[in-house]
Design a protein around this ligand. Sequence first.
Ligand code: CP
Ligand code: NVA
Length: 307
Amino acid sequence: MKNLISIFDLNYKDIWSIVSLAVRLKKGENVGKNLNGKSLGLIFEKPSTRTSVSFSVAIHQLGAFPLMLDAQNMQRKRGETIEDTAQTLSRYLDGVVIRAFRHEDVLEFAASSGIPTISGLTDLEHPCQILGDILTIVEKKNISAPAGLGRVKVAFIGDGNNVANSLLAACALMGINFSLAAPKGYEPNDEILKKSKQAAKQSGSQIVITSDPRKAVVDADVIYTDVWTSMGEESQYQKRLKVFKNYQVNSKLVEGAKKDCLIMHCLPAHRGEEITADVIDGEHSVIFDQAENRLHIQKAILLHLLG
Ligand code: CP
Ligand code: NVA
């Protein structure tokens, strides 16, 4: 495996191996691998705090050079094609992390560059986020073998967006039970749902898509949410506030899950919209550990692909 653009670029074994490597790295174990002397480019077409900083620091800590490219000032902005950009950059760089609007653009970059290409989020998926989230679940639920994931239920409440798509795919591959509550018309991507259902047959994961948040959280070990309006959808903000108003993660909804249920959010959050401030800052929340885990998982991802 060379690229990480979709969760489906990985299988059950790969995901467990990346997550367990991250657990060891987080504990400070010297895994005897590094990326000394390599140079990695970071191209962000959309804003980022966690992904850009955690990848830059991870690359630096592994002994490689992180080159943050300003997408606004690249010739691509003036019409240079992705193919030409990719072919050129591959002559200088050993790998690239790209956050793009179009998922197809990242696939095209990977195909034309031939160098390891990692998606830092597209309109369709956010794979690195979700690998970090599996690390958080493994850590917080004291899971020491992949079979342990089979006793976990994750409930995603809100928009069936990039984060929801990758979470659904990862849960299906890993045997994690998954329910998602979204308003009609805002369910996960059809193709990803189809592939996830196929994967779930193998892994034993139970997948439920509903429009009822209270139903989704019953017996949940994890409640996960994300913004109602993702980057690039700003013009739909007012409409989405109305569509999603019954999908807020608040203390009442949390009461419907297991007593020790974890609250997760990829961040950035809109406090008071998809999640209330008391839940973000409350006793069940692991949201900032989740953010920290981005750093540990990025190192494991980089070593898995380039080490
Ligand atoms: N969760 C996440 O990807 O955050 P950023 O948009 O800040 O990178
Ligand atoms: N769904 C959000 C995730 C941000 C990390 C977005 O795409 O804006």
